[in-house]
Write a protein that binds this ligand. Structure first.
Ligand SMILES: *Cc1c(COP(=O)(O)O)cnc(C)c1O
Length: 384
């Protein structure tokens, strides 16, 4: 076994958890497409009994993602929502959760439509100032769930400040780290207890897999989450695990280009006459730019804008691109444009989403890793 802990990020991305296949020497971990494993005598096996519980391709992937977050443990799920679901199942009726008011639409939907009916109470709070949390804490509060940067208005939440409050009040702090990826931000190092990733996005990186992950250091939390993982069964298959292992090998290179292109696109759009407002944490006039600078290594490839014009004008622009594809999701090599109000955030009631800036004239860009000249040219023609 290689000691990967001393390696830099890019070396870990390629090598962590990866060993040549013992039977053939294959450098890539094989796709162990099997549901079960033969035992010598009952209970006498090589650590693998049934593939919902464990699969060697998945194990190689989990070790890799754990290394990228400097985490002791990683559990991979069949989707990001499967990972959120597992964390929510740590809760019991009567428990309360404090979370942001600008959440990923699917997380909001799961909290309000699936878990509220089971008697769990959620408070959706403006977390830009973490002091706002304290007013909602009582003896039933168990979990603080935050997302930063937020989707789609790119708010930045101070992870370290949240962790101080969480520790003082005995709350579990979980951070959805999807938008930043472990290349830009490592919440465990800032005091979080659990990191959640939609692996579907930057980690997979090629728009060909749905997957989620949890990373953590606590033995007792791991024991509970691993139990839920195996009991509830939202575990990913070996083919998807293989695709993500492959995707991760270029995560550091892709992220560098996402950040470079993201910056160029943000700067271009900021002074464009068709743009009313722009959300990108790299601008010094972004409300929490200083915190972004403190907790992120760079500002990422996600940029949102409010178009000067109505919904029809915004739709017209969204349908006008040649290089950007109009689609949900983000974090892939190809650039995407998304209309949050009708696409990714349609499950949030209109008043609620408009309160946090998800208006009908908002467009969100996931800036890919194509040549920057082609991206800027495409924006120019679509906006004109
Ligand atoms: C996509 C996404 C999720 C959900 O992940 P899936 O893999 O689609 O289930 C959760 N949080 C954020 C921030 C996301 O972008």
């Amino acid at each position: 076994m290689k000691d990967v802990t001393k390696f830099k990020f890019g070396t870990k991305a390629i090598h962590a958890g990866q060993e040549p296949d013992p039977t053939t020497g294959a450098i890539m971990t094989p796709i162990f497409q099997t549901s079960t494993y033969v035992q010598k005598s009952p209970g006498n096996h090589k650590g693998y009994a049934y593939a919902r519980g464990k699969n060697p391709t998945r194990t190689a992937l989990e070790k890799n993602i754990a290394a990228l977050e400097d985490a002791k443990y990683c559990l991979c799920f069949s989707s990001g929502m499967g990972a959120v679901d597992a964390v929510a199942k740590l809760l019991r009726p009567g428990d309360e959760v404090i979370t942001g008011n600008d959440l990923y639409g699917g997380t909001y939907r799961m909290f309000t439509k699936v878990f509220e009916p089971f008697g769990i109470k959620f408070h959706f709070v403006d977390l830009k100032n973490p002091e706002n949390i304290t007013a909602y804490i009582n003896k039933n509060t168990k979990l603080l769930w935050i997302e930063t940067p937020t989707n789609p208005t790119m708010q930045i939440i101070d992870i370290e400040a949240c962790s101080v409050i969480a520790k003082k009040n005995n709350l579990i702090l979980a951070v959805d780290n999807t938008f930043a990826s472990p290349f830009l931000q490592n919440p465990l190092a800032l005091g979080a207890d659990i990191i959640m990733h939609s692996v579907t996005k930057y980690l997979g990186g090629h728009s060909d897999v749905i997957m989620g992950a949890l990373c953590l250091n606590s033995d007792s939390l791991y024991e509970q989450l691993a139990f839920i993982h195996n009991s509830c069964g939202a575990t990913p298959g070996p083919m998807d695990s293989f695709l993500v292992i492959r995707g991760l090998k270029t995560l550091h290179i892709r992220m560098e280009r996402h950040c470079y292109n993201g910056r160029k696109v943000a700067e271009y759009l900021k002074s464009h006459p068709k743009i009313e407002k722009i959300y990108w944490p790299g601008f010094i006039d972004h409300p929490n730019h200083e915190i972004a600078k403190k907790q992120m290594h760079d500002f990422g490839g996600m940029v949102s804008v409010v178009i000067k014009g109505d919904k029809e004008e915004t739709f017209r622009i969204a349908s006008n691109f040649q290089v950007f594809s109009l689609a949900e999701s983000l974090g892939g090599v190809e650039s995407l444009v998304n209309h949050p109000a009708t696409m990714t955030h349609a499950s949030i009631p209109k008043e609620e989403r408009e309160r946090v800036g998800v208006v009908d004239s908002l467009l969100r860009f996931s800036v890919g890793i194509e040549h920057i000249d082609d991206l800027l040219e495409d924006l120019k023609q679509a906006l004109s």
